[in-house]
Design a protein around this ligand. Structure first.
Ligand code: KG4
Ligand code: ZN
Length: 392
């Protein structure tokens, strides 16, 4: 089964073509083509992601990426000339792209140039994420489903993050055989959640942030100390430097919610403490590095302790960590070391390089997980982008 997957939930436009052999979850995956365009440079000057700007960028880049993966997967094609889009087809495209009118032309030209590639299914992120951004991917999926007459699976971005973490490129590109129930820790720019996964596709949220997501806290603290967006990787680099140089603490930061008696998180207090600590001060490079380290220490401790409580309360033997912040080297090291020492029977999964932050391979996996229940092209017209889409 060849799956075209599309991800446009935030500030990465990503498109892949993946050949799945076998049924989920025992399939092997052959990545035929994978393309990703990061909008980070565009958003950097504003210090964060603006949904309408993200939408504009997705609209401009999605069809060039689609062309690239089509060529990479199936060759440049011959000199064949395909039928032009008919007036009826065009009318329907205009309806689909009523809010992204440029895409009528882009998709028509793509269709007239490439015809119908041998793709069986389209998987597209329909949420959670920034709605104007999500709609671009969703509407392109609808348009291709209509033109090619193939089904669509709307996928959950967070399910994608979970599956990406247990995807094992070293072992025949399969998902790992994990023991259930599993605990999933999702840490990204928009989410901080603990989830019990009782089986494949079956999720229950057991804890979440009450304010900022952890990635958001990384980004905001980075901004406070004068580092560019996205702040997560920048803080990680500086914090490593501070540890190497054994810089003394710049500030003592709180460890919120450790005594809350539940599995919820809160990160806005840590951010506010950083704001007070830097107010009216001129920071030296060492101050910045020490602060980055103090912050990373605080959030890592909270994440580990809460996750340990979740794991011990539920008695699970599998911990799956996913999302952009799972890229953080220190958090990974500390978490692996902590669980090895305190929960030696628990297997901890982190995503492989390139699969922590947003990508479309994870969306192909999430699409394949639900491939036996796709929507027909007619049914796909009802897909809506849902910024708060829940894992279910
Ligand atoms: O999963 P993701 O790519 O997008 C969302 O779904 O939100 O996560 C992006 C977040 C950003 O807040 C970014 O700063 C953070 O992940 N991030 C990191 C690192 N790499 C990305 N945070 C800490 N350390 C990193 N190395
Ligand atoms: Zn994400």
């Amino acid at each position: 089964m060849k799956i075209l997957s599309i991800e446009t939930s935030c500030d990465e436009t990503a498109v892949s073509i993946i050949d799945a052999t076998g049924d989920f979850p025992h399939a092997t995956y052959d990545i035929l083509a994978d393309a990703l365009w990061s909008q980070i440079e565009t958003h950097r000057e504003y210090g964060g992601v603006y949904p309408m700007l993200a939408k504009r960028e997705h609209t401009a880049t999605i069809i060039p990426l689609l062309e690239q993966v089509t060529k990479d997967a199936f060759g440049p094609g011959d000199e064949q000339v395909f039928d032009p889009v008919t007036p009826d087809q065009r009318q329907n495209l205009e309806k689909i792209f009523s809010r992204e009118p440029e895409l009528v032309e882009y998709v028509s030209t793509f269709h007239e140039t490439y015809g119908q590639p041998p793709i069986d299914l389209i998987a597209v992120t329909s949420g959670p994420g920034l709605e104007p951004a999500l709609w671009v991917g969703v509407n392109v999926a609808k348009a291709l489903s209509f033109l090619w007459d193939i089904p669509v699976v709307p996928t959950n971005h967070m399910e994608g993050h979970i599956l990406a973490s247990i995807y094992d490129a070293d072992r025949d590109n399969m998902l790992s055989d994990i023991a259930f129930p599993a605990t999933a820790l999702l840490i990204s720019g928009g989410h901080t959640e603990l989830i019990t996964m009782s089986n494949w596709g079956s999720y229950e949220k057991i804890g979440q942030t009450r304010d900022d997501a952890i990635g958001e806290a990384f980004d905001k603290v980075a901004r406070l100390i004068g580092l560019p967006y996205p702040g997560g990787p920048e803080i990680g680099k500086l914090a490593a430097l501070a540890r190497k140089q054994k810089l003394p603490a710049f500030v003592t930061l709180p460890r919120p919610m450790l005594q809350s008696g539940d599995l919820d998180f809160s990160f806005s207090g840590i951010k506010t403490a950083v704001r007070y600590a830097v107010e009216d001060k001129t920071l030296s490079d060492n101050d910045r590095a020490a602060l980055a380290r103090d912050f990373e220490d605080a959030v890592t401790e909270v994440i580990i302790k809460k996750t340990a409580t979740a794991v011990s309360e539920s008695g699970t033997q599998t911990l799956v960590v996913g999302g952009g912040v799972a890229n953080n080297t220190y958090l990974r090291q500390q978490m692996n070391a902590y669980f090895l020492l305190n929960f030696p029977d628990v297997t901890v999964y982190f995503p492989q390089p390139g699969l922590s932050t947003d990508n479309s391979i994870m969306i192909a996996l999430a699409g394949h997980a639900r491939a036996n229940n796709p929507l027909s092209p007619a049914g796909a017209t009802a897909i809506r982008a849902d910024g708060n889409k829940a894992l279910a």
